[in-house]
Design a binder for this molecule. Structure first.
Ligand code: ARG
Length: 458
């Protein structure tokens, strides 16, 4: 039976019933629905809006229902319209008329808004735990590879020498900002809309703050129309998740590149790669490709809810039931991506020699060579031009700056001396990059240690 009998002479058409129902997906919020109802019933009793004895029975029975759902003794009836209907129906089945008093001074509109907030607060914690696990893997890997010299790129062209640990820590920065965004949006989630009623508040003397307190929320919504129709907290979470997926997709793309024979900087563990049904030699980075692909799905979820909310008149509209599948999908997708990527990275072998060999080609020490001349007093612009000519000469001769003979250097500029070779040595080029945020091994070691220490508190 739906909750809204009385006015109706006919039962809902079967297909329409299925179309209207949300139990298929909102049953995930059972624990939060009960948690919200326990707080509501406690407050109704404390305020004398319902009898204190009845409120106690309601609370106790709701807790029994939660325990029975948890243990599997009670199964959710998938024929109920939604999770709110199911819980209230089960309560009334168990305690009769007292159960029917639970919904006093409440509407499913403020109830569902509360449930979704509570559910997403819990999901934010789950997501944060996955972010922390992933960051820990990055920190440990960065520590282990703090002195692995590799080419840094711009335009996907070899540019200047960096260390692999430094490259990894760039992703740590992104994920730390993702954690900040998550914590920030959780603050706005933790506000109770209960008491907004269907749209216009209620005439009962509610203690809204008590409900918020009981639920670990830090405040109550300020306007009843907004209380039931605000989904900003869902949009903020979806936005934050979309940005996170941008980061993961960039990282995934680099893993894919690094695993190619053209790069071969990384070898994935067999447990995290797949083969081909026809090509016996293939080892494919499917996991990284899937992460890259799933970013599209999360952006789609954000677009779904933005489009649902756009132009909706106040207050509650049934369109908003579409919020749940989108945000549930986005959270699940992001968590599984983080939880699969982390062990894939942890078990991957970093091919130090291949990186070093790639760094030795492509003239990535050309800037350092120009800086050598600057050190000898030449203006940077002139030094830049001179080294550009030397690079062209090397390309003609098929040599590198390290192997070009001193006489050729001197023919271009007589400021060059034997010490230029030490100056353009790749290890030294990297070691000298000690400015805050630069790739010197000692920097990377310290940054990785600081990252890992910061995660200890998490
Ligand atoms: N299943 C609904 C939702 O998710 C619950 C709120 C129903 N309210 C209503 N007035 N029909 O939005």
């Amino acid at each position: 039976m739906p909750l809204w009998t009385g006015r109706f002479k006919k039962q809902l058409d079967k297909q329409t019933n299925d179309f209207n129902a949300s139990i298929g997906f909102d049953s995930r919020m059972a624990a939060q629905d009960i948690q919200g109802s326990v707080a509501h019933a406690t407050m109704l009793g404390a305020q004398g809006i319902i009898d204190k004895g009845e409120s106690d029975v309601i609370v106790r029975t709701l807790k029994d229902i939660a325990a029975d759902l948890e243990s599997g003794a009670l199964e959710i009836d998938m024929n109920a319209e939604d999770i709110h209907t199911f819980v209230e129906g089960e309560l009334t089945k168990r305690i009769g008329d007292s159960g029917k008093r639970l919904h006093t001074a409440r509407s499913r509109n403020d109830q569902v808004a509360l449930d979704l907030r509570l559910y997403l607060m819990a999901q934010a914690d789950r997501l944060d735990a996955s972010l922390v696990r992933f960051l820990r893997v990055i920190g440990e890997k960065a520590q282990a590879t703090c002195d692995y010299v590799m080419p840094g790129y711009t335009h996907l062209q070899r540019a200047q020498p960096i260390t692999f640990g430094h490259h990894l820590l760039a992703y740590a920065e992104m994920l730390r900002r993702d954690r900040d965004r998550l914590a920030d949006c959780k603050k706005r989630m933790a506000v109770s809309p209960l008491g907004s009623g269907a749209l216009a508040g209620t005439t009962y003397p509610l203690d809204r703050e008590l409900v918020a307190d009981l639920l670990g929320m830090h405040g109550v919504s300020g306007n009843s129309l907004d209380g039931v129709s605000d989904r900003d907290y869902v949009l903020e979470l979806l936005s934050m998740l979309s940005i996170l997926m941008v980061h993961l997709s960039r990282f995934a793309e680099e893993v894919i590149l690094w695993c190619s024979w053209e790069f071969k900087f990384l070898e994935l563990d067999d447990a995290f790669s797949t083969g081909s049904s026809i090509m016996p030699q293939k080892k494919n980075p499917d996991i990284a490709e899937l992460v890259r692909g799933k970013a599209g799905r999360v952006f789609g979820d954000l677009m779904t809810l933005l489009t649902v909310m756009k132009g909706l008149p106040l207050a509650y509209n049934k369109d908003m039931q579409e919020d749940k599948e989108a945000v549930f999908d986005a959270v699940d997708t992001a968590v599984i991506c983080l939880d699969t990527f982390a062990p894939m990275l942890e078990t991957a072998t970093v091919l130090r020699d291949n990186m070093r060999a790639a760094a030795a080609k492509g003239f990535i020490n050309a800037t350092d060579c120009a800086d050598y001349l600057v050190g000898k007093g030449l203006p940077f612009r002139d030094a830049y031009k001179c080294v550009g000519q030397l690079v062209a000469l090397c390309i003609d001769k098929g040599v590198t700056l390290e192997t070009l003979e001193l006489s050729a250097y001197r023919a271009e500029c007589d400021l060059f001396d034997e010490d230029v070779y030490a100056m353009i040595d790749l290890d030294r080029c990297v070691e000298k990059r000690t400015v805050k945020g630069a790739p010197a091994p000692e920097n990377v070691k310290a940054e990785a240690a600081a990252l890992l220490a910061s995660l200890e508190e998490a």
